[in-house]
Write a protein that binds this ligand. Structure first.
Ligand SMILES: [Zn+2]
Length: 348
C-alpha cells in the first residue's frame, strides 16, 4: 500500500510498500482505516538524524505513530469494538506476559513494539492491524484531528499523574513545544492553580498564553524562569517542575524554581548523560520522577477531550494531505516558529 517511507537518513518517499503480507488479523485484532496522523518530533528526528539513541534506521521504515481512524474489520474474539467505530490507537504494544507488563508498567517492557521505532513500521499508510486492547473508541464529539493528539497528550497526562499534583499546586513547564503544551494542559486538568510555561520562542509562548488564563509565560531570552517563579511565589517556588526541553542546560537548573518538598518530572529525552544539582535537590528533599511514554492514560485523555476538560485544538497549527507528506516533513524539519503540531490527513 502507498506509505510514507523513510528510506534512509534525509530521504523520504511516498511509494507502494508491501506491508500487507506482514499483517494478518488475529482473533483479538482490528483492522483500521487511518484518518489523521500527527507528525511527532521523533518522526522528524529519524528523518534528520537516522537514529534516536540506540534505535537506528537500518532499513526503509514507514513513519508515524500518532493516529486516529475507523475500524473496518474485527477479529473473531473482539468484543468491545465494531466495524465503523471511530478510534485512536496506543502505538506501543508490549509482550502481555512480560514481567514489566504483569507489574502494570507495560510502557517499560523491553520487548514493547512501538510504531515507527526501528524495526517496527509506523502508520503513515492507508490501513493497519492493531490489538483491540490498544484501540480506543471515540465519542462523536471528539474529531479525528483531536483524537490523533491523544498520543502526545498521553505523555503530558502521564507526567501530571506521576507528579501527584494536588489541587492548587503551582507548576513550571520548561519548553513550549507540543509536549510542553500538553503537559501544561494536563497540569491544569490535574488541579494546578497556575502553570508557568518557559521557552525561547515568542510565537510558541503566545499559543501557550492563549490556552488558559491560568497559564503565565516566561520568555527565556529575556527572563530567568527560576527568578520569575520565585518572585511570583514570594520566594517559595512551585510544587512541580516539568522538564520538557530535553536540553542539558535547562535540566541543570530544574531545582532552582522548586519549592521545598516539590517534585521534578523529567520528560524531555536526553541524548547524552547530563548532570543536575544534587545539592539543590537535597536541601529541598526534592522528589524526581522520570517518564517513558505513558501507560494506562489513553481512556482518560479521550474522556477529557470529550468533556472539554482539555482542549487540544489550538495546538493543531497545520494540516497536510497525505499526497503532500514528504513536503510536510520538510516543513516540520525546518521547525517553523509558531507551529506546534502538524498533522497529515489520509484519503477516505
Ligand atoms: Zn509522538
Amino acid at each position: 500500500m502507498e506509505s510514507l517511507v523513510l528510506e534512509r537518513q534525509h530521504e523520504l518517499s511516498l511509494r507502494d510498500f508491501p506491508i500487507e503480507g506482514e499483517e494478518t488479523l488475529g482473533p483479538r485484532d482490528v483492522r483500521i482505516k487511518l484518518h489523521t496522523v500527527g507528525i511527532c518530533g521523533s518522526d522528524v528526528h529519524y528523518y534528520t538524524h537516522g537514529r534516536i539513541g540506540p534505535f537506528v534506521v537500518n532499513a526503509p521504515m514507514i513513519l508515524g505513530h500518532e493516529a486516529s481512524g475507523t475500524v473496518t474489520e474485527i477479529g473473531a474474539e473482539v468484543t468491545t469494538l465494531a466495524v465503523g467505530d471511530r478510534v485512536c490507537m496506543e502505538p506501543g504494544v508490549p509482550d502481555p506476559n512480560s514481567r514489566a507488563t504483569r507489574m502494570g508498567m507495560y510502557n517499560v517492557d523491553p520487548a514493547v513494539r512501538f510504531w515507527a521505532t526501528p524495526p517496527v513500521h509506523g502508520i503513515l499508510r492507508p490501513s493497519c492491524v492493531h490489538p483491540e486492547a490498544f484501540t480506543f473508541r471515540l465519542p462523536d464529539n471528539v474529531s479525528f484531528a483531536e483524537a490523533a493528539m491523544v498520543e502526545p497528550l498521553a505523555v503530558g497526562v502521564h507526567a501530571a499523574t506521576k507528579a501527584r499534583i494536588r489541587p492548587g499546586d503551582r507548576a513550571l513547564v520548561l519548553g513550549a513545544g507540543p509536549i510542553g503544551l500538553v503537559t501544561a494542559l494536563s497540569a491544569l486538568a490535574g488541579g494546578c492553580a497556575e502553570v508557568f510555561v518557559a521557552d525561547l520562542d515568542a510565537a510558541k509562548l503566545e499559543i501557550a498564553a492563549g490556552l488558559s488564563p491560568a497559564i503565565r509565560t516566561i520568555d527565556v531570552s529575556r527572563d530567568d524562569p527560576a527568578g520569575t517563579v520565585l518572585k511570583a511565589t514570594d520566594g517559595w517556588g512551585c510544587e512541580v517542575v516539568f522538564e520538557a526541553t530535553g536540553s542539558a542546560k535547562a535540566a541543570a537548573g530544574v531545582f532552582a524554581p522548586l519549592c521545598p518538598g516539590g517534585v521534578v518530572v523529567m520528560i524531555g529525552g536526553q541524548p547524552e548523560p547530563i548532570s543536575y544539582d544534587a545539592g539543590a535537590a537535597m536541601v529541598r528533599e526534592a522528589r524526581v520522577e522520570n517518564i517513558f511514554r505513558y501507560a494506562h492514560v489513553f481512556p482518560r485523555c479521550v474522556a477529557m477531550l470529550a468533556s472539554g476538560a482539555i482542549d487540544v485544538k489550538p495546538l493543531i497549527t497545520r494540516t497536510f494531505d497525505f499526497s503532500e507528506s514528504v513536503r510536510a516533513f520538510e516543513v516540520a524539519a525546518s521547525a517553523p516558529k509558531g507551529d506546534v503540531k502538524m498533522q497529515i490527513e489520509l484519503p477516505q
